[in-house]
Design a protein around this ligand. Sequence first.
Ligand code: GLA
Length: 733
Amino acid sequence: MSDLITFDAAAKVFHLHNQEISYLFAIEDGGVLSHLYFGQAVAAYHGERRYPRKDRGFAGNLPGTERERGFSLDTLPQEISSRGEADFRTPAFVIRQANGAQASRFVYARHQIVPGKPALPGLPAAYVESPDEAATLIVTVVDQPSQLSADLYYTIYRDRAVIARSVRFHNPADQPAVTLEQAASAQLDFPAGQYQVLSLPGAHANERHLQKETVGYGIKTFASGRGTTSHQMNNFIALTAADTDEFHGAAYGIDLVYSGNHALSVEKDQIDQVRVVAGINPVGFSWELASGAEFQTPEALLVYSANGLNAMSQTYHSLIRERVVRGRYRDQERPILVNNWEATYFDFNEDKLRPIVDTAKKLGIEMFVLDDGWFGHRDDDTTSLGDWVVDRRKFPLGLKHFADYVHRQGLQFGLWVEPEMISKDSDLYRAHPDYLLAIPGREPSPSRSQYVLDLSRQEVRANIAGQLSDLLDQGYIDYIKWDMNRHISDVYSHTLPAARQGEVLHRYTLGLYALLEELTTKYPAVLWEGCSGGGGRIDTGFAYYMPQSWTSDNTDAVSRLGIQYGTSLVYPPNTFTAHVSVSPNEQTGRHASLAMRGNVAMSAVFGYELDLAKLTKTEQKQVAAQVAEYKAIRPLIQFGQLLRLESGNDYAWMFVSADQTEALLYTFHLLNNGQPAFHIVKMAGLDPAKQYMDTASQQVFGGDELMHIGLYQPLQQQDFSTQQYHFKAINPG
Ligand code: GLA
């Protein structure tokens, strides 16, 4: 027993609860785990909501209960369901038994409650720093005929509205091998109702736009089959009440802590109940579970908010910021950097880069990042991936010589790498043509002229780890941008037999995690930034290794509003990066003021991505002012609470400190019009009893005024305008 998890042995009900949430499920007839409730906290459960009985047409019953026609897996809300035994809805598990049948029914065997939260072997997961922060319920269920068992892990944190779930399968040593054809991390069944589902679809340079749909009958799956999280569909969804908005209404977030193929499916059944199943994408997946073997699924983080999407996001933000991200940068302010990618692309050498570094120093920027093109003989994107050795044509005296120059200017030095990839024109390929993923007898498909290394293989990982260690051991690299610029096709590994090729993509992801764990542990002083053609691998699993990630290759401020708005649904602003680039923008051709570009980029981890030396004197002054401004507000942006206020033709969001003594408001007006309405922006999350001073105008407002009456936005004479307001409480006590 624990104060967070109780088991009522008479009613056979488990109750995970804290001040904010309750999660309830029961051992029903036949040992089946039936889901009872997830939502706002209740003090105690009195058992009234045992699932009602009704004989429904074409609904199968449990074997041996022929007379109990009112009880059927066909409609029962459950904790886990599987294929083959009369639950015809989306299964969480599909098991191919040794005799070839797809069948399993997992029933309760035993449970235990442990303090804290056990780590997941080989996989990223939310963690605790002390066992008192959380408690974990482990329920063991067994498929009796095969003796295959599954441990269902449920962790509840004391002070967070989140339940972390995962599953570990065990096949007993005396049983034949079985095949897992689907092994979800969590299933969440909802009572009949009208729901909306929110998802984050997108594209390269257009990631994570908020999509809202009504949940209708049938199955809708939000998935990636690209071997990675993908720009196209993030591995997060939320189910909400029909009228939920940013500040009101129920919202259930389901976030998969994983960076491979994922599927989050939503099914509305014949009697309006809704089932969500989240886990590794079963399409293309299979896993042979040998006698005596175990399989651990990734973790799913289930969040409940009674007060709309902002509260849901804040639960994810603080959890990811405090208990997913690791290492010294977790609690440290992130440096303001300048990256040379959009400034030079591949066309650079030491002489061309030095003026950027010099100007960066003058303007107060803290780090210089050398992007793609510094290694092999890479003058475009067709060569050299796999050869992590400096190109002496561009750096005749070596990379360290240039890095020393950067350091002498007082800046940190960062470097771009793309370690999962290989070009056919590379020494690595010439030495090891078998290292890439390719199907025997078939030409693998190039993408950006490159191929994917088979990271499921230890010797491939060792080669890459060795090359990167050679670089990092020299001690002059302060930051690594870890990129991945294509998706994974031609899935086949030479190391696995034919029947086990369905394991390759998950093994790739596990191999990637092992490599990241090794390198991030070995080089703890390095700041690691994730990237995949922009934001193709922004997910909670990657945040476990990389405290920040490049949000999108689209640096246009107006496009970024929607991208960063969607990204903030799950990920805290100190995990995604945003850079000021040139106007007109390289991706969209749009003109935007430096103020507009600055305010959008300052709303996350800030930097620049242009040739600073080419800016006019006036622009350089503005940049220096932005850099100074960001340094002053950085703790608030990176560690404060984000609240989204508006989106559409007008965007507004704000940051507020935990003690509510300081707040920043950003507003953005997109297209102007000839006869504008007067637009009022209302703040949120302030202390109504405090008096706040606008640091620019020195005007004082009550917190209640700012939240209820709001501020008129100035009328504009142009498109794409922005305001920043910085408030400080004048009676902080
Ligand atoms: C990806 C990244 C960019 C840049 C290029 C270099 O597209 O997202 O920021 O690093 O690769 O090739």
